[in-house]
Design a protein around this ligand. Structure first.
Ligand code: ZN
Length: 120
């Protein structure tokens, strides 16, 4: 949960820096690239276990079958077993794809900044 909040906050900061970078001072583009890279880095690690772990860290395989709430923190939780071992749960692989996208975007922003420095 904390990670989701951090990710959202960092993405807002990144967007703000990008807007400032495009309108005011291009050095903010570099800040935006760095913030986006940090956002991508805090997504690690990606674990297969996330499919049966609550955001509070409770192992949901101990959860009663009929229950839809985490016995530890009371948040609604859903178990997700991957089809085959060694495969990431859907939620985790979605996050992995976003992370790759953010790293690529960060690199593009960095190159844009480098190009702007080179031109000016
Ligand atoms: Zn929980």
């Amino acid at each position: 949960m904390t990670r989701a909040v951090c990710t959202g906050f960092l993405l807002v900061v990144c967007a703000a820096c990008l807007i400032l970078g495009l309108t005011y001072d291009y050095r903010f583009i570099l800040a935006s690239a760095i913030v986006l890279a940090i956002t991508a880095v805090i997504q690690f690690p990606f674990r297969e276990e996330e499919g049966w772990e609550c955001s509070c860290g409770y192992d949901l395989s101990y959860m009663p079958k009929q229950s839809t709430k985490c016995p530890e923190c009371g948040k609604s939780a859903s178990l997700e077993w991957s089809a085959s071992p060694g495969e990431l749960p859907r939620k985790t692989s979605k996050r992995l794809h976003m992370t790759v996208l953010w790293l690529i975007l960060s690199l593009i922003l960095f190159l844009l900044f480098a190009a702007l420095v080179f031109v000016s």
